[in-house]
Design a binder for this molecule. Structure first.
Ligand code: AMP
Length: 410
């Protein structure tokens, strides 16, 4: 039998998330996280979903190499080690592929060099992704390893959506343009929404709202992204857990000139201590909803600002697409927070959009419609699955058995 497992690795600056998937039946064989790499208090949590067994190891893990070796040992204990003949490939999440990488790509030295060249536009993410790639390549040099880029799905955006209105020569010199992120999620969810509607992706226009701790919206026409809310970096667009999203760029000059803040301080402010957290001290939507129930005005205002921005993007992408078949909510907030969905769509009957209170209140892990049967435009909740998307793209690239059918059916 040809190899049928794919290991998905998501290497962050101090963490490695991983999932080992069986491509024959989409089952998760192992799921885990190594966190606080480089600190004394590192931890690996390894779960085998089939048995429900979870193992935890605490203690210093010095670097990504040690982290991946620990992951390999954990997999070995379950008979799922990296040297198993059933392992077909490793799929790596890479945050920034610039304009260069429009597709998942088999990794070789030239690809590594190109990902490295993109470090100036993704200084936090690409170096960590590269460390994961290099370490995995050293452990299994003979195994196909594939880079799946967060930006790739958005490379179909027309120039009118992708360019900022600044001096074109300066923009070109420094590669300043809108790249967009969360691409594997937008790709997966837009396709799964078409399947939910019983249609082909080519035949539907969808607005995808990926609302997690990071949040982004996209306009997808016939399976191709035509606009998305994140830009050069994941800071632009919606209000997020700790990121401001859109703001007048002059706020930055003002904070420096008048507030005396340094560039790094403003960077930290906008990325780490703004968004819902900056507005009310909490970035978890569950906590914000609980506080609103208790009559907390600060939490209410944070929620209202979050919703106002979201509604503006729904309206904007409606205009970008012209005809919309579905608005779909995904990720932690989008999948779980019924009040967010209700408030985002309220009063938009003129656009053919409505939410059915009973359907919206249902909690489920399945893709589902929350709009009334009579609605002109579907409103849906589709749980995202970035690991499955990375695994299927990886498997398809290496010519895995039945890979195309798996992608279509997702
Ligand atoms: P993600 O980045 O997709 O993992 O989403 C994480 C965020 O989802 C958390 O910070 C919470 O704000 C939100 N979230 C998770 N579960 C719920 C829930 N039951 N209700 C509201 N928000 C939730």
């Amino acid at each position: 039998m040809s190899p049928f497992r794919v290991l998905v690795l998501n290497s962050g600056s101090s963490s490695v998330k991983y999932q080992l998937l069986d491509m024959r039946d989409r089952s998760r064989l192992a799921v885990g996280l190594v966190e606080r790499i480089g600190e004394q208090t590192s931890r690996i949590t390894h779960t085998v979903p089939a048995t429900g067994e979870t193992r935890e190891q605490n203690g210093p893990i010095a670097d990504h190499e040690t982290a991946l070796k620990t992951v390999a040992e954990e997999l070995d204990r379950d008979g799922l080690g990296l040297d198993s003949p059933d392992l077909a490939a490793i799929g790596h999440r890479v945050v920034h592929g610039g304009m260069f990488f429009t597709e998942p790509t088999l990794i070789d030295d030239a690809v590594i060099t190109e990902i490295e060249r993109l470090v100036p536009v993704a200084p936090l993410h690409n170096p960590a992704n590269l460390t994961g790639i290099r370490t995995a390549m050293a452990l299994r040099p003979d195994l196909p390893q594939v880079a799946v880029f967060d930006t790739a799905f958005h490379t179909t955006m027309p120039e009118s959506a992708a360019r900022y209105a600044i001096d074109a020569r300066i923009a070109d010199r420094y590669r300043v343009r809108r790249y967009g992120f969360h691409g594997t999620s937008h790709a997966y969810v837009s396709r799964a929404t078409a399947a939910l509607l019983g249609k082909r992706p080519e035949d539907v226009n969808v607005i995808v709202l990926h609302l997690g701790n990071g949040a982004s919206a996209s306009a997808v026409r016939g399976g191709r992204c035509v606009d998305t809310s994140m830009g050069l970096t994941p800071l632009e667009g919606l209000v997020m857990g700790t990121r401001s999203g859109d703001l007048d760029p002059a706020v930055i000059f003002h904070l420096q000139r008048v507030g005396g803040m340094s560039m790094d301080e403003v960077d930290t402010l906008l990325n780490k201590t703004s968004g819902l957290f900056g507005l009310c001290g909490d970035n978890d939507m569950r906590e914000i909803l609980r506080r609103i129930d208790e009559g907390d005005e600060e939490a209410r205002l944070a929620f209202d600002i979050y919703i106002h921005r979201l509604r503006k993007y729904i309206g904007a992408y409606y205009a970008v697409l012209g005809r919309v078949d579905a608005v779909v909510f995904t990720a932690g907030v989008g999948e779980n927070a019924a009040p967010v969905r209700q408030a985002a769509i309220a009063g938009l009957e003129g656009l053919g959009l409505a939410v059915d209170g009973d359907l919206n209140a249902v909690r489920s892990d399945e893709p589902r419609l929350v709009s009334p049967a009579s609605a002109r435009v579907a409103v849906a909740v589709v749980p995202t699955d970035e690991e499955w998307e990375i695994a299927t793209q990886t498997y398809a690239l290496i010519g895995g058995e039945g890979a195309d059918e798996k992608r279509k059916g997702s």
